[in-house]
Design a protein around this ligand. Structure first.
Ligand code: ADP
Ligand code: ZN
Length: 440
């Protein structure tokens, strides 16, 4: 099985564009008629639904931001009656107050189909046993992949996150072949299995679908090695549906956006100007099919690049690079832009595990920049002078990547708290970046 929904996933570009044009015209009308906040925004911008004839007119529509959703919490963005909704999910609240999203049954089906597409693209079939170790509940990770796994007909193991011993035992006893969780939890599971003497060849897993947080290519290689699997990325956000907005194919070169359901744009986060494919900028989504919570031009704050380059898998959908982080994850330290993903890249290249924490503070009007990094067991046995040397070497490698010098602190193995969901990589004690700076 190559595709879950072949016709949609391999649609010729012209046909895809036509489909998007038709859906957009309908969706704008639906939103204008049913969502007061967006109607007011369109009125203020002097745009009427009649002005939108297709995707070429998309740029005329106003943006929506997370603050708009917060201001309209909880019912303000709902475009259908409560009676037509069957589900509520919520963001994990990584960057502030949670946002709630609503789904009709059709919305849930579309979301789950997107997750099924991701599973098939990774090579899964109905013969697979799919262990879902994303959190279940309000967070979209568990329910999304659970639904996708059902739609595909996999034998689904709804583990939820945490309880690592039980995860390992069920994986082994029930022969899980697909693992779905955050990449940081996958790395942790791999590490925990090794400690119990379970190497990459001793588990039944074949592939993993990891997302919900930024992770680097180096981290992918690490996970593939420790678990003996192929590791695929999956991207999504609650506001647009959940995981499965975009997914990786066997090429492992960026994630295909499910363009029959969502339009992706890249904009300059400062000016809002739409940028051509190949530019780095903020990802913006328009939801073409969502009934209950249909967001138009929603600013994700995720920074990435889009590419229309033909993919050998046969899918025609545009690809997005791994988000290098959120615009609000970006730290400005002593005037230099730093993304946690850059630090992770250096650590893995230098042979460290991806267990780290960045601590930024302001002392006497100047930024301090510390990175706590776990040593591995053999370094732990090293002498103090040996460790100081390693800290210096690592600081040097960071300097050449980032342009500024952090203070590296090697800490004992396992001393940095592991996450069962999204990892907490940054402790910024300065709170320099207020939310409003990114509102645009
Ligand atoms: P929250 O914004 O509170 O974390 P969500 O749980 O909906 O709420 O998470 C969506 C966000 O998670 C995305 O906007 C993005 O920043 C991040 N994310 C999701 N998947 C990935 C991925 N594969 N790579 C990098 N970041 C991701
Ligand atoms: Zn592909």
């Amino acid at each position: 099985m190559k595709y879950f929904q072949e016709k949609a996933e391999t649609m010729p570009l012209e046909e895809l564009k036509k489909l998007q044009d038709e859906k957009l015209v309908k969706q704008v009308k639906h939103v204008y008629e049913n969502v007061a906040c967006y109607r007011e925004k369109m009125d203020a911008a002097g745009v009427k639904p009649e002005d939108i004839h297709g995707t070429a007119d998309l740029h005329k529509l106003p943006f929506l931001t997370k603050d708009d959703l917060r201001d309209n919490y909880p019912w303000g963005m709902l475009a259908v009656s409560k009676a037509d909704c069957v589900r509520i999910q919520s963001t994990s609240g990584t960057t502030g107050r949670r946002v709630v999203a609503f789904y009709t049954q059709k919305d849930v089906d579309m979301w789950e189909e997107c997750c099924a597409r991701a599973l098939v693209a990774a090579g899964a079939t109905n013969e697979d046993v799919c262990q879902v170790a994303y959190g279940y509940g309000l967070f979209t990770g568990g329910p999304g992949l659970n639904g996708g796994s059902h739609k595909l007909g996999c034998l689904t193991l709804p583990m939820s996150s945490g309880n690592t011993d039980r995860q390992i035992q069920f994986m082994q006893d029930l022969g899980a072949t697909v693992l779905c969780c955050t990449p940081s939890y996958a790395a942790y599971l791999g590490e925990s299995m090794l400690e119990r003497g379970i190497g990459p060849d001793d588990n039944p897993l074949k592939m993993g679908i990891f997302g919900a947080e930024p992770w680097t290519e180096e981290m992918r290689q690490g996970i593939e090695k420790i678990l003996g699997i192929k590791a695929y990325d999956i991207y999504g956000l609650t506001e647009i549906s959940g995981p499965g907005v975009a997914f990786e194919c066997a090429e492992q070169k960026g994630m295909h956006v499910n363009e029959d359901h969502f339009i992706a744009e890249i904009i300059n986060p400062d000016t809002g100007e739409v940028l051509p494919d190949g530019s780095t900028g903020e990802l913006v989504f328009t939801s073409l099919d969502k009934e209950a919570f249909p967001l138009l031009r929603y600013r994700t704050r995720d920074i990435c690049i889009l590419s229309r380059k033909k993919c050998s898998c046969g899918r025609t959908f545009i690809r997005m690079t791994k988000p290098m982080g959120r615009s609000d994850d970006m730290l400005i330290i002593r005037g230099v832009n730093v993304f946690p993903s850059q630090i992770e890249t250096v650590l893995l290249k230098e042979g460290y595990a991806p267990n780290y924490q960045i601590v930024v503070d302001r002392v006497n009007n100047s930024d301090t920049f510390d990175i706590l990094v776990e040593m591995n067991e053999e370094m732990f046995a090293d002498t103090v002078s040996g460790m100081t040397k390693k800290e210096k070497e690592l600081a040097g490698a960071m300097k050449s990547m980032l342009g500024i010098n952090p203070a590296i602190h090697l800490v004992a193995p396992h001393s940095i708290q592991r996450s069962e969901g999204k990892a907490v990589r940054v402790v910024d004690k300065r709170k320099l970046l207020s939310d409003s700076q990114w509102k645009g």
